[in-house]
Design a protein around this ligand. Structure first.
Ligand SMILES: Nc1ncnc2c1ncn2[C@@H]1O[C@H](COP(=O)(O)OP(=O)(O)OP(=O)(O)O)[C@@H](O)[C@H]1O
Ligand SMILES: [Mg+2]
Length: 505
């Protein structure tokens, strides 16, 4: 069969040693709570006592299982499960030709592996039910064809981050909260192999010599890998996942991240080529918000995006995506964000979008904003709009530009029109807390004006934070003229009036 090594049949080979199966116990009762592999003679129980969430046992409704992977993500498997799996895995690797298997499409490769695993189970006399066999098969296919134990996590759409701290510890972020899972890898070597497979897809390597690497998965998820000796307890892998269907402003309204009127103002900001900085803490939703704003860019505009790992997914037809490059082992060949942004200027962009501004490229982005590339955008890490503006200033100062601070502030004021602040609150919810305009410089102080803010009011009995978005009553924002130029002033006036009426979230 294709994908199978030529040679003597499986029966003829020396089988790897396996604890002989004792007399098979009676078949397991169907239904919930059934332990995987209860019947193949392995002593230890296969699932831990059910974990409780908020004082109750989680139900299937809490964590919808991904298609084709029936295993509960949090099931903690015993050492004997890994032993059995590794025995079957060893025999499988002997039996298949990996090079040929790689040439098959995913479905045929799976079928091929299924046939061989079934054969191995039969030959070695391992007693297991069809459901157990299917589960093991999923697991083995994930190892051979995909990302191993990470597969069920990657298949879930409700997970924002996967954080692997060495082979034995995997955390996930769901609904804004971090929780530990029972997932683990066979050992650090298996984890390292999976990291290697991920980064090799973007033409990179990770090993002792170059132990830090950024990459992305085919679905656009951003990946960071850091391995020993820098990561002391084994490879650390961090994956930022996005929902399969990109979030839209309408969805953010549904989640309570912003009100409908606030979203309307953001749409106008996106459309009317207002220079925008999206500011926020880590994982607060900056990139998501930037993505949402870009939906309102006119299809005819030429947009160039610069990112460290390409995460943005613009819908427009005329987009050029650029990505930075780290230096090679000899320390050569690095292409920095600054190089990209500067090069952009020679590519006749109408707008430049910088995924994350964190260094001297701030200077070039401000210059671009200020020299006819209206509607350019970028994100940065800061806790409020004022801090965002001073971060821009310090990034320029630290970048070695010997400019007086007043000149830098003048430049910031002349370039940035609006700062949108996003935050992840302590109950896990994400909110847009400010839409703030930059008005100008008075003396040495940058004057800003909030158009829209989120006030925290308290907390309910379930620990959910209560608050409301409110307009600050500004009737004519500074970008009013710009909105008029784009024929959007009526829409802006309506949105501001409705916001002034004081809707609550
Ligand atoms: N308003 C929201 N409601 C619910 N989930 C959201 C919201 N905004 C973003 N998310 C989810 O939160 C995760 C983090 O979002 P995002 O990557 O945009 O954050 P970030 O601020 O850019 O993070 P980083 O600082 O790491 O770049 C993503 O999985 C995203 O799908
Ligand atoms: Mg981001």
């Amino acid at each position: 069969m294709f994908g199978r090594r030529s040679g003597p049949p499986l029966e003829a080979r020396e089988p790897p040693r396996l604890t002989p199966a004792p007399v098979a116990p009676p078949p397991p009762e169907p239904g919930a709570g059934q332990a995987p592999f209860p019947s193949h003679g392995l002593a230890a129980p296969m699932v831990p006592p059910p974990r409780t969430v908020g004082g109750r046992v989680p139900t299937l409704d809490d964590e919808p299982a991904p298609p084709r992977i029936p295993t509960a993500v949090d099931s903690r498997r015993s050492d004997s499960y890994y032993e059995t799996k590794s025995t079957i895995f060893g025999a499988l690797i002997e039996a298949i030709d990996l090079a040929q298997l790689a040439r098959l499409d995913a479905e045929s490769a799976r079928e091929e592996i299924r046939d061989i695993v079934n054969e191995i189970i039969a030959i070695k006399n391992i007693v297991m039910s069809i459901a157990e066999q299917e589960e093991l098969l999923d697991d083995i296919c994930n190892d051979v064809l995909g990302y191993g134990p990470l597969e069920p996590l990657l298949a879930r759409d409700d997970i924002a981050d996967v954080m692997v701290n060495g082979s034995g510890t995997v955390y996930i972020e769901v609904a804004g909260k971090i929780q530990k899972t029972g997932i683990r890898f066979r050992d650090n070597q298996q984890l390292l192999n999976i990291c290697q497979r991920i980064v090799s897809q973007v033409g990179r390597r990770v090993d002792e010599a170059s132990p830090i690497c950024d990459a992305r998965l085919p679905d656009g998820s951003r990946v960071n890998v850091i391995v020993p000796p820098l990561a002391i307890d084994g490879p650390a892998l961090t994956i930022r996942k996005f929902k399969k269907d990109k979030l839209t402003l309408e969805q953010l309204v549904r989640f309570g991240t912003i009100t409908a009127e606030g979203a309307e103002i953001l749409k106008i900001i996106g459309r009317c080529r207002v220079n925008t900085i999206v500011s926020g803490g880590t994982g607060s939703g900056k990139t998501t918000l930037l993505n949402c704003l870009t939906r309102y860019i006119d299809e005819e505009e030429r947009v160039i995006t610069c990112e460290d790992a390409a995460e943005l997914q613009l819908q427009q037809p005329h987009v050029v995506r650029l990505e930075t490059r780290p230096p090679n082992l000899e320390g050569e060949g690095q292409v920095t964000m600054r190089d990209l942004v500067r090069n952009c200027l020679r590519m006749r962009p109408e707008r430049i979008i910088v995924g994350e501004v964190r260094g001297p490229e701030a200077f070039d982005l401000l210059q671009a904003m200020n020299t006819g590339h209206d509607g350019s955008m970028g994100t940065l890490h800061a806790n409020n709009p004022r801090e965002a503006l001073s971060r821009l200033e310090s990034m320029i100062t630290m970048g070695g530009f010997s400019l007086p601070s007043r000149t830098i502030r003048e430049m910031v004021c002349a370039s940035v029109d609006v700062v949108i602040q996003s935050a992840r609150l302590r109950d896990g919810s994400r909110k847009i807390t400010h839409i703030t305009e930059v008005l100008g410089l008075e003396g040495d102080v940058i004057i800003t004006q909030d158009l829209f803010v989120y006030d925290l009011l308290g907390e309910d009995a379930n620990g959910r934070l209560l608050g409301r978005h409110r307009s600050t009553g500004i009737g004519r924002p500074k970008f009013w003229e710009r909105a008029r130029y784009f024929g959007e002033e009526q829409r802006l006036a309506t949105a501001l009036d409705a916001a002034n009426a004081g809707d609550e979230v």
